[in-house]
Design a protein. Sequence first.
Length: 426
Amino acid sequence: MRRSLALAPLLLAVLSPAPAAAHPAGCADVRVPGAEHAVTSCLTDLTTTGTVPSGHTDPADWAGLEAPGTVTPSGVPGTQVDGYFPDDSTTNTNHGWRHDSQFVLRLPARWNGGLVVAGPPSTREQFANDRIISDQVLAKGYAYAATDKGNTGAQIYQDGRRPGDAIMEWHRRVTQLTVAAKKAAARHYGRAPSTTYAAGLSAGGYLVRWQLENRPDLYTGGLDWNALIFTRDTSMLTTLPPALRAYPRHVAGDATAHAEMIAAGYPAGSEALWDHHHKNQWDFLQRVIREELDPGYDGDTEAGTPFCAEGTGAGCDTDYDLATRPASVHRAVARVALTGRITRPLVSIQGTLDVLTPPATYGDVYHRMVTAAGRGGLHHYSRVAGGTHTDGLVPIAPAVLRPMLPAFTRGFAELEAWTGRSAPRR
């Protein structure tokens, strides 16, 4: 038996919205194919302006993802469906269900014929993108669907039987929801969506790339934002340990440590962000992802020892070296790896001061992969000057950081134009 070590969740949802209220008379139920449970609600506003007071979203799930003072669109009446697909894990407590593979589907009354599907960043749940994606696309008339990826919270690695199972479930749940949402929209509106886009931030962006590589039949195109990648040579298992080793020495005044950080891909000018990421993200995510893909590294211990010192040795994630791990670990990484072989248009936006998925080791690498696979014509890759991993970090260094949400809205408009979709009218 493994012994569990306490893991501080990273900006996890700690509040649950009230269960969706029964719909009023005349509001027809929406059937979501394959769902084990679904509740239909007719709302005067599907955006967060309406869903926060009505209890149809969870503000804690999107905390920290937007810059302070962000104003998003509102005033989109329609139908919301909250539900879940069959699953045997229970980390998601939204609605009091204690059931994973939860989803939310929003169907605006004034529909433009399109659908946008998203998965959450990090270990968050289905409401994580409500401000940064859902509000934006609902205002354009798109239907919107989001999944919790099938497992949530600080111990996602407990879901599944073999290394990589939890991450592979992420992809399966996005595919499942896309298929179901398209059918549900067709029944609700009387015609199938003419356009289906995948969109996502961070881990959600990784899901977009995987879908366009492996299930392009379901999508018209996609947009990713500071996306993760997994390859044989590049992932959090290779980019986070160098930071965990060098940053404490940098703080202690080691003159060589700063150069090590830059050499590891952490961009010059991003130094103000390093302390926050060291305390809140690098260590936590390294241990969670490593436990998911290489549980044997720390023996019976579950997800390592938080902030273990460099030089501690075997089982310390600060000293982790993927290259020296057994072939079984590399096979686990290969299970979840991207190839760059997209077959639908993809817009990628990458912040130049991102220190969780730095451009040199994430965005730039994936663009080279797509180009090497002969698919460069399907990839529009843009660096956003001053952008960092999430817009909620902008107050850490407001003189150098800028929100990326405007780049997302521009990128989405670019994707619409690229795929031949006319700008919809409100």
